[in-house]
Design a protein around this ligand. Structure first.
Ligand SMILES: *[C@@H]1O[C@H](CO)[C@@H](O)[C@H](O)[C@H]1NC(C)=O
Ligand SMILES: *[C@@H]1O[C@H](CO)[C@@H](O)[C@H](O)[C@H]1NC(C)=O
Ligand SMILES: *[C@@H]1O[C@H](CO)[C@@H](O)[C@H](O)[C@H]1NC(C)=O
Ligand SMILES: *[C@@H]1O[C@H](CO)[C@@H](O)[C@H](O)[C@H]1NC(C)=O
Length: 277
């Protein structure tokens, strides 16, 4: 055997051994690991702006309280997507649970895991007592009541009421206007750390008002996640038809403006707030 033949034979032997011995081992390892329940990591969720997870840090129990139709989902999405920390809710809304709100239904904690804030539309004493901190999101009742009417009769968070559903409007409006006032008066008695965010400010300057909310929550976020969160979240705004904007009579408008003015004045006397009045 020449020297070259020996080298050739050795190389072939090594290759054959590699293919027949190591490859099955590698494949077995790869597939057995993939299939073994023991090797599974807890399901990490991927959001549109990066990973989303509960946090192991024990956070103050923070309420995100708003009257229905005031943009709770929008602010919740902004905070969740920018921080990567899941948000919870006092409700279990399947539409939200399947559209990226993996903490839907989680309140105080999930066996040691925590959410950054918890959505609530409640305002009674029991609800208020559950929270250590509060973000109160306030929207003019004109927009909030119409938006909630669309959610109730138009099928979900981005739907719109049509046709004969408007026969329900006058009664809906009266009930909700009264409820809008009581909801905010209830939260005005909350005497722990509070940030008030106005929906109109959030829409007109999301960067500034999201940053204020993040400061209040004491979390740092990257600029890229902040920008992505804003980009992704503004879709949680419902479009409305021309007909809908004409639902309010001039007398209704006056009533709405009066109630809103009263509440915003009370708020400015009572809380620090994120925007200008
Ligand atoms: C939390 O812990 C309880 C009991 O300690 C257990 O029954 C439950 O399945 C756990 N839930 C989660 C989401 O891990
Ligand atoms: C804050 O509000 C709670 C519940 O309404 C009340 O029991 C408590 O005395 C208040 N604390 C202060 C410092 O006003
Ligand atoms: C957040 O950013 C500030 C200022 O850049 C820094 O001082 C602080 O340590 C950061 N906090 C965390 C938790 O990363
Ligand atoms: C708001 O309304 C309440 C009750 O209707 C009244 O007591 C209060 O003085 C009003 N506040 C302002 C700032 O107008």
């Amino acid at each position: 055997m020449t020297r070259n033949q020996l080298v050739f034979k050795t190389t072939v032997t090594v290759l054959v051994v590699a293919v027949f011995c190591f490859l099955p081992v590698v494949l077995f390892w790869k597939f057995s690991c993939r299939d073994s329940p023991l090797s599974k990591k807890p399901a990490g969720k991927m959001g549109p702006c990066g990973p989303l997870a509960f946090t192991r840090l024990r956070l103050p129990v923070t309420g995100l309280a708003s009257f229905p139709g005031s943009g709770n989902t929008l602010l919740r999405s902004l905070i969740q997507e920018s921080t990567g920390i899941l948000t919870g809710s006092e409700y279990l809304d399947q539409e939200l649970a399947t559209s990226g709100f993996h903490g839907e239904g989680a309140t105080v904690h999930h066996n040691g895991s925590h959410v950054i804030l918890i959505k609530t539309h409640g305002s009674d004493a029991g609800t208020r007592e559950r929270y250590d901190r509060l973000i109160l999101l306030v929207r003019h009742p004109k927009g909030a009541i119409l938006s909630d009417f669309n959610r109730v009769y138009g099928g979900g968070h981005l739907g719109r009421a049509t046709g004969d559903q408007f026969k329900y409007w006058p009664e809906f409006f009266q009930l909700h206007l009264t409820a809008w006032g009581s909801f905010h008066r209830d939260w005005l008695t909350f005497n722990k750390s509070t940030l008030v965010v106005f929906y109109d400010d959030l829409i007109s300057d999301p960067v500034v008002h999201l940053r204020k909310a993040l400061n209040f929550l004491r979390v740092n976020v990257s600029e890229s996640r902040l920008a992505c969160a804003i980009d992704q979240s503004l879709r949680y705004r419902r479009s409305r038809s021309r007909r809908q904007t004409q639902l309010y009579s001039p007398a209704d408008q006056q009533k709405l403006d009066g109630v809103y003015k009263n509440i915003t004045q009370e708020i400015s006397q009572r809380f620090c707030f994120s925007g200008s009045l």
